[in-house]
Design a binder for this molecule. Structure first.
Ligand code: ADP
Length: 338
């Protein structure tokens, strides 16, 4: 995917710490329900991927930080829900990288390179071949703006995305995106296989593409076109059109890319049912993140938020209940001086 639209959310991951002259690195996280110890101790010789799994995100960042890292003790405190499609892992990587910049005074990695180094940490230490958008948005997030990123050129435009009458609603299905980790590399492989058909020298050869690969390709190609159109719609504050594109994007993710799930589809359907009955007050609603659970993102007329949430919660047929958060486009990572 060449272009993507994203924002940073106001939820935070904070890292605080100081040097440890012993040379050891000790990190503690406040995140609950990890199912594994929330403390890790290692040094440069033992800095290899392993258990606890959550520590691999930070170990990878330590490994890739330019200029070397001294011993330190740090605490990670986060309000970003894990596995909810809000990129808690990218927030953790970028927060750790930013902490290391503050600790060492080494700012040699410029922001685009910093996002690439955090992505590399996830590729190498967690084994997830993630894209760049999450790390990029965690660094370049700007209050009141959406980020239109060209993932190939690694450049972005900021588009104003703030309107007193409109709210961005995240509905968390609280379905953990367990399948996403294994399915994401499969989708990448399928896209690469589909691309090979396009590289063949004659069109009849391209038409031999198996139906599954055709669907994957159709999602990617149509999503690129939708993203361009959505950026234009947002620039013109044409939320109706922007919302229709969000809707089309959800359908494509659901049917062609097959990365949604029943719970998420029900949240989208209920939101749009409510919208139909109330003056089209939900412009659009789509799954966000890697898929197979996590959150939907909706663009909603602010005055309708409370009844919309009650409608979705009251008719939702799965357990656990969904939870709701209203977000605003916010700043990316910063150093907080005390
Ligand atoms: P997402 O990035 O969409 O929230 P992922 O499955 O990619 O979902 O990443 C979630 C994982 O990242 C968690 O299971 C945990 O291993 C790690 N993680 C994220 N934030 C923290 C944190 N603050 N402390 C410890 N681990 C974290």
């Amino acid at each position: 995917m060449t272009q993507k639209i994203h924002t940073a959310v106001p939820q935070l991951t904070v890292v605080a710490g100081s040097f440890d002259p012993s040379g050891k690195i000790t990190i503690v996280t406040n995140m609950r329900h990890l199912g594994e110890p929330n403390r890790v101790i290692f040094d440069h010789k033992t800095n290899l991927p392993g258990k606890p799994i959550w520590a691999n995100y930070v170990k990878g960042v330590v490994k890739n930080f330019p200029g070397g890292v001294p011993g330190f003790c740090a605490v990670v405190v986060s309000s970003v829900p894990a596995g909810g499609g809000l990129a808690s892992s990218a927030a953790l990587e970028v927060a750790m990288f930013t902490f290391l910049e503050a600790l060492t005074g080494d700012f040699t990695a410029k922001p685009p390179e910093k996002s690439l180094l955090c992505q590399k940490a996830e590729h190498e230490y967690v084994g997830v071949p993630c894209g760049i958008m999450d790390q990029y948005a965690s660094i370049f997030g700007t209050k009141g703006k959406a980020i239109l990123l060209d993932c190939r050129a690694m450049v972005h435009d900021l588009i104003p995305f703030e309107d007193r009458k409109i709210a961005i609603l995240l509905t968390n299905s609280n379905v953990v995106q367990e399948r996403a980790e294994s399915e994401y590399p499969v989708r990448r492989k399928e896209c690469n296989q589909a691309a090979e058909y396009f590289n063949r020298s004659s069109l009849p050869a391209a038409s031999d593409m198996p139906p599954l690969l055709f669907k994957r390709a159709r999602h990617v190609i149509s999503e690129i076109a939708r993203t361009k159109e959505a950026a234009e719609a947002l620039r013109k504050q044409n939320y109706e059109h922007f919302g229709k594109l969000m809707q089309a994007s959800h359908e494509s993710l659901r049917d062609d890319f097959e990365v949604s799930c029943e719970e998420i589809n029900q949240i989208v359907a209920l939101s749009m049912d409510y919208s139909q009955q109330h003056d089209d007050c939900v412009y659009g609603c789509r799954i966000t993140g890697l898929g197979f659970g996590g959150c939907t993102i909706s663009l909603v007329i602010k005055d309708e938020l409370t009844p919309l949430m009650a409608y979705v919660k009251g008719r939702y047929q799965y357990s656990p209940e969904p939870s709701f958060t209203v977000v605003k486009p916010s700043y990316g990572a910063r150093i907080l001086r005390t």
